[in-house]
Design a binder for this molecule. Structure first.
Ligand SMILES: [Zn+2]
Length: 210
């Protein structure tokens, strides 16, 4: 099987194997006349022509129409996997591409005016979804109230311990406490001022105790 074959595009003599040529039943040795590398370049060039783009647009649209469920499934899956990435790209395009922005705005306007959203939301299954959503929200609110009451009870029970804890915290003169004394945010308090103020507070306390 030491057959060679000359690519009709680059005139390179290459082994007749599937590493160098795509298969074609009627071709010499069962391969195409153009080598894989040339084929790639030619195909890429062809895909960038308007003629191809238009053809592809039509045929893709037809495929989506004929395979509606499959298409929905594919796009659903791809949004689940890459939605965040897609949204970031769209957002970027929206902010930089004026044409795209206008297109989106027009589409939004058309959608609003068509009343499609109202129609979609008044379908029984959508109403059911909305009912479940609001029930969930209500449950979350109830849980919040419940948690708050439970925490209040807990605070009441351990009031002494909690007061002691905060007293200890105050005595340690943490940065956050010193900042609070100076009506500053913790991150705005610089190290020198913190150390100085800490000393002042400690001294004041010492004098109080004498
Ligand atoms: Zn070639």
């Amino acid at each position: 099987m030491n057959d060679f074959k000359t690519c009709t595009n680059c005139n390179e003599k290459l082994p007749s194997t599937k590493e160098f040529f795509h298969a074609q039943k009627k071709g010499l040795h069962g391969f195409r006349s153009v080598c894989i590398d040339c084929n790639r370049v030619i195909a890429k060039k062809y895909r960038s022509t308007d003629e191809y783009k238009e053809k592809a647009r039509v045929s893709h649209a037809k495929w989506r129409e004929d395979n509606r469920d499959k298409h929905l499934e594919i796009s659903r899956r791809s949004w689940a996997n890459n939605g965040i990435k897609y949204n970031a790209i769209r957002k970027d395009k929206y902010n930089t591409d004026e044409d795209f922005k206008q297109k989106k705005k027009n589409a939004e306007k058309r959608y609003k005016e068509s009343g499609a959203r109202y129609l979609a939301n008044s379908k029984p299954e959508q109403m059911e979804k909305a009912r479940i959503r609001s029930k969930k929200r209500r449950l979350i609110d109830e849980k919040k109230d419940h948690d708050y009451a439970r925490n209040a009870k807990w605070r009441e029970k351990y009031r002494e311990q909690l007061n002691l804890n905060s007293a200890i915290k105050r005595n340690e003169l943490h940065k956050s406490y010193v900042a609070q004394c100076m009506r500053l945010k913790t991150e705005d308090l610089n190290e020198n001022i913190y150390q100085t103020k800490k000393l002042i507070i400690q001294l004041k306390r010492e004098f109080k105790n004498i």
